[in-house]
Design a protein around this ligand. Structure first.
Ligand code: MOS
Length: 745
């Protein structure tokens, strides 16, 4: 069964109508009887101790039920033992209301529970604290002396430290014909998915909870709640049928989940807790980073040395690590390499994965340094990439399962019109705008997690599938339905993929651009078993014409099984279930990456981005007028949802290059622009012409579907392509992001 009828089609999202008409329900939108509303109070100091809390005024207000803090919170075994979550970095997980210590500005320190949201919010302003403040460190630049290597931990397998040095970098750099040294700095960025972080906990008694939560991982959060509150796994159900964006912010359970559940258990009531936009700037950010790079090449442009050192922020309690220093050598061969990566622990909350964590920051620095090298050598930037093109992964010394990056470069360059670029900076104009062309390469991991799928045919002859995965807006529901439909030869209308529920078979949290491969492969594995079971049932029927039929001698189509040799000899799924006394025929199977087979290969997606910018000569304002990104990501299951993923990533790239940054005031230790008025995001007027190309990249090795994932690859090349275009337009090299207009006039 590998007929692709639905797979490969640009099918619109099946839940799209529910989303745009407002009938899709999110975590904060469930109507629940006898609901209490909780509101979080956050610390206004950065480091120190809470000496006392005065809750009397708040408690005296009508409808206020309780004010919880470390002073009167539930006693929990969790506060003495370590349990974190499936995405926790090494260290000690942050435990809200653990004790009087303040570890970062914005830390949740009290929770007001009231009969109405408005009263809870007002009462929160009436709770007063006496603090003892202590000195703190929140500025990366001023504290580079604290840099040290990351502790090893659970996540180390997915986020390996940089590889050991090869050759002799210093010697090679010293004697190189061409060399470039750069230092790049990137600021903090905060997650701002459209849906606010929210939890609705339904208290059912007997230690049973049903929880609607904004998360990328229903099972991750189920395990978290059960473990830290000492509940049975089967008594905790976490649901997230719709998720209004994730991008990494929902990979870890956030504090509103813990506080909402604590309040529900403490008061034995149903509780809803929604964080405000401002409060969402108190967790989940991309860490600021300072990178030093030295690249050297021979006179023909062949790289001879790569040195990349990075220092990035983490919290005082966890070692958040994202790979930065190791990417250049996964793209470009060089005999002499030296990669170093260190963390600087500061008095902030632990950073968290944000779309293409590490890669999007690293590739900006790497691909801008390559651009500088191209100018120095007077070689076209695209040509320099092709001179250093590698079919294999030079870092791991392994071939890629597939790599269509060359096609990405050439097809995107052609579509963009790269050949019309005049090489000199400030050589192209349009009215009072300087025009610049820039390009950059992208690379991202191609991951697959184990996933378990239950697949069944019901009495109505239709297929139902169950998996705990979420759909954070990526099109998971649609893509999984396409895959499943083709596996059984059904129309998509006859397939019901159910998800977003921790009660369903195992899925990892939705992240790492890995869900199409993870759940998709599990569907293929389960469908194969289901076809076997259906054929077996067909053989059991009286005078069955299928008695001697092998798997490959029958076809599953339109809810029937027929003999290839005689398509009129058929049995319908409905007849099979009727013969099975009306009982569903089902199977549950695990899809897993083929670790053994793949251990001799490198796995990655690639991309090439080409960008045109206009820079206003008088005002310095930058507009990304055109961008083309070509992506090589194996088989594309749904070109429409996949394109949307890449468009979204390209917009994020524009945002990272020109708009987004949370500003830390090192004197106050707090973020100064924690609102969408001052935390700049691109709006429609900032986005002009975007084009996406998918390179043809058949991959027989990587998994049963030949898919790689498209969530993050569209972002990684964009910031460098924009920066390089700005240099081409203006002759100015800006070594930090976002690039502001005042730096260009
Ligand atoms: Mo993504 S940063 O793996 O949600």
């Amino acid at each position: 069964m590998d007929k692709n009828i639905n797979v490969g089609q640009p099918i619109s999202r099946l839940e799209g109508k529910q989303k745009v008409t407002g009938t899709a329900k999110y975590a904060a939108e469930y109507e629940v009887n006898n609901l209490l509303y909780a509101y979080v109070v956050n610390s206004t100091i950065t480091k120190g101790k809470i000496l006392s809390i005065d809750t009397s005024k708040a408690l005296a207000l009508p409808g206020v039920i309780e004010v919880l803090s470390h002073e009167n919170r539930t006693k929990l075994a969790w506060f003495d033992v370590q349990y974190a979550d499936m995405d926790a970095p090494p260290g000690t997980v942050f435990k809200p209301f653990y004790d009087e210590n303040i570890l970062y500005n914005g830390q949740p320190i009290a929770l007001v529970v009231a009969e109405s949201f408005e009263m809870a919010r007002f009462a929160a302003t009436q709770v007063t604290f006496q603090y003892k403040e202590e000195p703190f460190k929140t500025c990366l630049k001023d504290n580079l002396g604290l840099a040290r290597t990351a502790k090893k931990g659970f996540a180390t397998a997915l986020k390996p430290p940089p590889p050991p040095p090869t050759g002799n970098f210093e010697k090679a750099y010293e004697s190189a014909a061409a060399k470039v040294e750069t230092t790049y700095s990137h600021g903090t960025e905060h997650h701002n998915p459209l849906e606010l972080f929210a939890t609705t906990t339904i208290y059912q008694g007997d230690g049973k909870l049903t929880i609607y939560d904004k998360t990328q991982g229903t099972i991750n959060n189920q395990l978290y709640v059960a473990n830290i509150f000492g509940l049975k796994y089967k008594n905790v159900r976490v649901l997230a049928p719709f998720v209004g964006g994730g991008f990494g912010s929902g990979l870890r359970p956030q504090y509103q989940l813990f506080l909402c559940v604590m309040a529900a258990l403490h008061l034995k009531r149903n509780v809803k807790l929604v964080l405000e936009r401002k409060q969402m700037f108190s967790f989940a950010h991309r860490p600021p980073t300072i990178q030093n790079l030295r690249f050297s090449a021979d006179i023909n442009g062949k790289l001879t040395g790569l040195n990349h050192s990075s220092k990035s922020e983490t919290s005082s309690f966890e070692d958040y690590f994202e790979p930065i220093a190791s990417w250049s050598h996964r793209l470009y061969p060089a005999p002499n390499t030296l990669f170093e990566q260190e963390l600087v622990p500061l008095d902030v909350h632990t950073p968290l994965d944000m779309r293409a964590p590490g890669g999007s920051t690293a590739l900006h620095a790497i691909e801008c340094t390559m651009d500088e090298l191209a100018y120095q050598l007077k070689i076209d930037p695209l040509e320099l990439r092709l001179i250093n093109y590698s079919e294999m992964d030079p870092s791991a010394k392994k071939p890629y399962t597939s790599k269509a990056l060359r096609a990405c470069y050439l097809e995107a360059a052609e579509k963009f019109g790269w050949d019309k670029r005049k090489p000199e900076p400030r050589s192209m104009e349009r009215g009072n705008k300087l025009v610049g062309y820039g390009m950059a390469t992208g690379i991202w991991d191609s991951l697959q997690f184990p996933s378990r799928v239950e697949a069944m045919i019901n009495a109505d002859g239709k297929m139902v599938l169950n998996n705990a995965v979420t759909d954070i807006g990526t099109g998971t529901l649609t893509v999984m339905t396409q895959i499943a439909a083709d596996q059984l030869g059904l129309n998509m209308e006859d397939v019901d993929f159910q998800y977003g529920d921790s009660k369903k078979p195992f899925s990892m949290f939705q992240g790492g651009s890995a869900m199409t491969s993870s759940t998709g492969v599990a569907i293929v594995v389960a469908a194969k078993e289901l076809r076997k079971k259906l054929l077996k049932k067909a053989k059991e029927m009286t005078d069955s014409p299928f008695k001697k039929a092998e798997d490959d001698q029958v076809t599953f189509q339109n809810g029937t099984i027929f003999l290839n040799s005689d398509p009129n000899t058929l049995v319908t799924f409905k007849e099979l279930i009727a013969f099975n006394k009306g009982k569903t025929i089902k199977t549950t199977n695990m899809g897993k990456p083929h670790m053994l087979k793949l251990k001799n290969y490198s796995l990655a997606t690639h991309s090439a981005s080409f960008v045109e910018v206009e820079v206003d000569k008088d005002l310095g304002v930058v507009t990304v007028t055109r961008a083309v990104t070509a992506v090589a990501a194996g088989k594309i299951i749904n070109p429409k949802t996949a394109k949307s993923q890449v468009y979204g990533s390209m917009v994020w790239g524009i945002s990272k290059a020109l708009h987004e940054e949370t500003i830390m005031d090192p004197n106050l230790g707090k973020y100064m622009n924690s609102n969408l008025g001052e935390y700049h995001l691109p709006v429609h007027a900032d986005i002009k012409q975007l084009e996406v190309i998918f390179a043809d990249e058949p991959d027989e090795l990587i998994n049963e579907l030949g898919v790689k994932g498209v969530g993050e690859i569209g972002l990684v090349g964009m910031p460098a392509a924009i920066s390089n275009a700005i240099f081409h337009a203006t002759g100015k090299r800006i070594y930090k992001l976002p690039i502001h207009f005042n730096e260009l006039i």
